[in-house]
Design a protein around this ligand. Structure first.
Ligand code: ACO
Length: 194
């Protein structure tokens, strides 16, 4: 995914963590004008890849928009980019955030949790099934100090279910009444987070 501006000036690493400032972590703007321009570019990137993710999942509305990210301190986006020797390419998006959820445990009892959630995940069509999703997901797990089974997954697609099965052996879902999928081990890991 290419943009009309050079993204290599914004993203110094191939994975960048972006919160509600819309500036990549560690980005130091020399002046206010550059900071404002950069947030506008990052907003455009997030809106474009958010749209592509929605299209890939058959959603009518994107889950990830720059406005939503700006207005929520509980969510962060990880963007994956490639330096192609020209303007650079954006190849992946992973949005996570904590949510207050009521979920069933495996005995059918309701529990109230404040769980880290996978909210949106997308690798560009030209790069899917080549291991980039795993690299991006692993980076996020390490940075956030999380295990995959600690996360609730919001409306996972078949591709994401397959991804979690393949890379993390997550197969045993605990049935829920909402759109979130949680796996065996979720509650044990919630306990260990206390
Ligand atoms: N069909 C079935 N499984 C798939 C597919 C596919 N087309 N693509 C990826 N997978 C799963 C498989 O388990 C695959 O292993 P396999 O090739 O041996 O069968 C594994 O993912 C490959 O791992 P990676 O290469 O690391 O994953 P990838 O870079 O493709 O990223 C992702 C996975 C993000 C799910 C990507 O395929 C994608 O963007 N899909 C379209 C959008 C989507 O469905 N996103 C998840 C929405 S739900 C949510 O975000 C909460």
């Amino acid at each position: 995914m290419e943009f009309r501006f050079n993204i290599n000036k914004i993203f110094k690493n191939n994975i960048s963590r972006i919160g509600n400032s819309l500036l990549p972590a560690g980005f130091i703007a020399p002046d206010r004008r550059t900071a404002l321009d950069t947030t506008a570019y990052v907003a455009e990137i997030i809106n474009t890849i958010g749209q592509a993710s929605a299209a890939a999942q058959g959603l009518s509305q994107p889950v990830t928009t720059s406005d939503r990210l700006r207005n929520c301190d509980e969510q962060v986006v990880y963007l994956m980019t490639e330096d192609d020797g020209r303007n650079g390419l954006v190849v992946g998006l992973l949005k996570i955030g904590r949510k207050s959820l009521y979920v069933f445990d495996k005995f059918g009892d309701t529990k109230h949790v404040n769980a880290p959630c996978v909210l949106d995940f997308y690798i560009h069509e030209s790069r899917q099934r080549s291991g980039l999703g795993k690299i991006l997901f692993e980076y996020m797990l390490e940075f956030e100090n999380l295990l995959p089974e600690q996360m609730a997954i919001d409306r996972p697609s078949e591709k994401l279910l397959s991804f979690l099965r393949k890379h993390y052996a997550l197969t045993q879902k605990i049935p829920q009444m909402n759109n979130f999928v949680i796996y065996d081990g979720f509650f044990a890991s919630q306990e260990s987070q206390k």
